[in-house]
Design a protein around this ligand. Structure first.
Ligand code: GLU
Length: 287
């Protein structure tokens, strides 16, 4: 089976250093395996979307030498596929409508459990739809972080369709990973704890489970995950070499030579690349 990897940014701002690391890491894994590298714009959350950022991310990637093997898939164009998946879940009674608000769930630590709603049914108002999460443990091997064991109930009954009618990331992600025939998901460590929910959804929908490889997150000097604002470490597509060198160094890839343009630098990095050099940790700061 041909390796198919992907980079799936949300258009919530310009390409920043944290996403460049995910892009470069997923690109290296795909090219090292002689496979394909695909793009997906996760634009299904209009309130969080920053106008123009999808186009700016798509324009920036080739400036860093990261050229996909197919036009980017836009999730905003995929609503019919999410509708179909949602109907499949509903027909199997795997989802339920829920009118609980954040404050209703505050007493339970914000987690909805056992399909048990705190708020009364409110048929006149549109509900959110949640997965009925069983008491089950999901076990998988992360290619970088090693064996994982996640209790599905820790995250509780998660939302697959929001009150506003938008589909949630978890649902759209598994539908599209299957649609794009992704064989390995390479992404940031912050999404490691989404993986059990995604594997559960794949099982419920009869979709294949790809491999997973979660890369370390970019942390600030004090070891904190970079916040949304500081995460916007500028990466300048007009002068891509410094950020690309830093991203490679962050990933432990040697590429120490004097390559003077992005294509030569990436070619050299790829020649030296072995997934075993990727740092096995949840995050570290930039040297
Ligand atoms: N869209 C997510 C992000 O930008 C990534 C999702 C994924 O790779 O599964 O953080």
């Amino acid at each position: 089976m041909t390796y198919r990897g992907r980079f799936a940014p949300s258009p919530t701002g310009q390409l920043h250093f944290g996403s460049l690391v995910a892009a470069v890491g997923s690109w290296l894994c795909a090219r090292h395996a002689g496979g394909q590298w695909l793009l997906r714009i996760e634009d299904i959350d209009p309130p969080r979307e920053v106008p123009g950022s999808a186009a700016s991310i798509l324009a920036a990637l080739p400036a860093f030498g990261l050229v996909a093997d197919a036009p980017a898939l836009h999730q905003s164009q995929r609503i019919d596929a999410y509708d179909a998946a949602f109907e499949q879940l509903r027909a199997a009674d795997l989802v339920f409508p829920c009118w609980c608000s954040r404050s209703d769930l505050a007493g339970a630590g914000g987690t909805h459990r056992d399909g048990h709603c705190v708020a009364p049914l409110h048929p006149a108002h549109p509900p959110a739809w949640r997965m009925r999460v069983p008491d089950a443990e999901i076990v998988f091997d992360d290619a970088l972080q090693g064996p994982q064991r996640q209790d599905l109930r820790e995250g509780g009954d998660f939302v697959v369709r929001r009150v506003e009618g938008f589909y949630a990331y978890q649902l759209a992600c598994v539908v599209d990973d299957a649609h794009q025939r992704i064989t390995e998901v390479v992404r940031g460590h912050d999404l490691l704890d989404s993986t059990a929910r995604q594997i559960w959804l794949q099982r419920c929908l009869g979709l294949p489970t790809p491999g997973y490889r979660h890369l370390p997150l970019v942390l600030d000097g004090a070891g904190r995950k970079l916040s949304k604002s500081t995460r916007a470490f500028p990466v300048d597509p007009a002068a891509p070499l410094p950020a690309l060198r830093r991203a490679l160094a962050f990933l432990g890839v040697p590429a120490s030579g004097l390559a003077g343009d992005v294509d030569a630098l990436l070619a050299q990095a790829l020649a030296d690349f072995d997934p075993a050099v990727l740092p096995q940790c949840s995050g570290h700061s930039v040297a």
